[in-house]
Design a protein around this ligand. Structure first.
Ligand code: PMP
Length: 294
């Protein structure tokens, strides 16, 4: 992710990543009390463009609010700093990771300032480009009554790491997690879509993370005239689908070829998901007027 020349943005300054220090007594390190984002910058005809930067920093602000972490930054400034960071590191296309974390031993009632760091690195699609084999995990999504699951909270990702490492151990590429009612909610760090009888289905927001790519996929479906239905999906719905795919900033749009021992018969290239994948690629690479569509 970084070398001796890599710069990160830390509390208002650009500093060398390998010289930046954090407080060993901060709550973020001990309890995972922090919030972060994941954005992607693409090299477009108009130069480097961060896709949906406003939406991502707005979600970061909301994540902090939900976690009662003070968010004292102006999103516009953070977007500008992200572009400066890309330039400083000579990156034209990159993954960008802002992280809000507690300074020294910060408590909920404290008026301490939270810390911010933004890092960026070159990163291919998170799950690769080959069709995925996924399993239905025995590890459930976090309970929305115990935790604001719409917040991109650092600690939440213990759940994702456990589910993914379990899937990898069993020879799969990624995990699908159930919600507390036993419906299939999403993958460890991506949202889930299935195609059945020429319609696209995705679980409603109540038990899933509000993915920005999920919303882009919904908008693409509407624009291209595909039926898109938000509906709770059973394991049987997933097994009996014609095809399926995942969405996320890091993973982009990636097709699934197999869930547990069920292999989808429809050729991915002929699926609606593949059309959406092509449209998404165009959208991120030609960002001149995405604001109009999305
Ligand atoms: N679910 C979880 C749990 C995630 O962490 C992410 C990535 N932030 C997603 C879904 C996809 O969200 P987005 O499309 O905004 O990247």
């Amino acid at each position: 992710y970084y070398n001796q020349n890599t710069l990160v943005y830390l509390n208002g300054e650009f500093v060398k990543a390998n010289q930046a220090g954090v407080d060993l007594f901060g709550q973020s390190l001990h309890y995972g009390y922090g919030a972060f984002e994941g954005l992607r910058a693409y090299s477009t005809h108009n130069g480097t463009r961060i896709f949906k930067a406003e939406a991502h920093f707005e979600r970061l602000r909301k994540s902090c609010e939900a976690l009662r972490l003070p968010y004292t930054w102006d999103n516009r400034t953070l977007i500008e700093k992200s572009y400066e960071l890309l330039e400083a590191n000579n990156l034209r296309a990159a993954y960008i990771r802002p992280l809000i974390f507690s300074g020294s031993n910060m408590h909920l009632t404290s008026s301490d300032q939270a810390s911010i760091m933004i890092a960026a690195w070159e990163w291919g699609p998170y799950l690769g480009q080959n069709l995925l084999r996924v399993n239905i995990s025995s590890i459930e999504r976090p309970n929305p009554r115990s935790f604001p699951i719409e917040a991109k909270a650092s600690g939440q990702y213990i759940n994702s790491i456990l589910a993914t490492s379990d899937a990898l151990r069993h020879g799969f590429d990624e995990a699908l997690l159930l919600d507390q009612e036993g419906f299939v909610a999403q993958a460890s760090s991506e949202n889930l879509f299935i195609e059945k009888d020429f319609k696209i289905y995705t679980p409603p927001l109540e038990n899933v993370f509000p993915g920005i790519t999920r919303q882009t996929v919904i908008n693409i479906c509407k624009e291209l005239g595909f039926d898109i239905i938000e509906k709770k999906l059973t394991i049987q719905d997933i097994y009996s689908a014609d095809s399926a795919f995942l969405s996320g900033t890091a993973a982009e749009i990636i097709g699934i070829k197999q869930v547990d021992d069920v292999i989808y018969k429809e050729e991915w290239e002929h699926s609606i998901g593949a059309s959406i994948q092509r449209k998404y690629k165009n959208l991120v690479l030609e960002q001149e007027n995405y604001e109009v569509i999305i």
